[in-house]
Design a protein around this ligand. Structure first.
Ligand SMILES: [Zn+2]
Length: 210
């Protein structure tokens, strides 16, 4: 079976498992335990809607996990089926930023692509943040700038409380009219990628800023 779980979907499933672990410690009634497991299963199937019988069978094994240990085993079982961020070369990244002089490159060798929903890195000396993402099957590159004051807040992309910075993107909606779009985003994109569970706001952000 080929990998079919996106990194953000894996995060979602992991969050569901963590929630289950909290809920199950307080529940002994087998019917209630079954209902709690059923509810988690439904949520997982809602976010991964089209499944082959094999994929469904793999994800469905969550229903048989009774103990804490088994729930961790479940995460281990599905992890090999996480589909990494698509491969991209330095040359392809450079081609996405033709106007950027001396492009600061991402550390491609050390990035965990199976935990990457979107590729982003910072040029700390110039306070620039770059994004690369396959939007509707086409690579897009986005350069933004961020304010140096880092604060605690909710990130617009992963919706978790994290260290965020105000990130602005200039969009040229018409030739001489620039509009700045600002969002509070995790300054550390590895942390953001470890938390993000949905891509709708990410794709909206990237599409608006294009
Ligand atoms: Zn975030």
């Amino acid at each position: 079976m080929q990998p079919f779980i996106k990194p953000h979907q894996y995060n979602f499933i992991r969050n569901q498992i963590e929630l289950l672990l909290q809920q199950l410690t307080t529940v002994n009634d087998p019917d209630v335990r079954d209902a709690v497991l059923y509810s988690a299963t439904t949520k997982i199937f809602d976010i991964i809607p089209v499944l082959s019988p094999e994929q469904e069978e793999l994800l469905m094994t969550i229903r048989n996990q009774a103990s804490e240990q088994q729930l961790f085993t479940y995460l281990d079982q599905i992890e090999p089926f996480v589909e990494p961020f698509p491969a991209i070369t330095v040359a392809e990244i450079q081609a996405l930023f033709p106007k950027t002089k001396k492009l600061h490159l991402p550390p491609l060798d050390t990035i965990d692509f199976s935990a990457t929903t979107y590729l982003s890195w910072n040029d700390t000396s110039n306070k620039r943040k770059f994004f690369v993402y396959p939007l509707d099957g086409t690579w897009i590159g986005l350069e933004s700038s961020y304010l140096p004051n880092i604060q605690h807040g909710i990130c617009s992309l992963c919706k978790t409380n994290n260290e965020v910075a105000l990130v602005s993107v200039r969009t040229n909606k018409s030739a001489d009219h620039y509009r700045a779009v600002g969002n509070y985003l995790c300054i550390d994109s590895d942390q953001c990628n470890a938390s993000i569970t949905a891509i709708s706001d990410l794709e909206k952000f990237l599409a608006n800023a294009k």
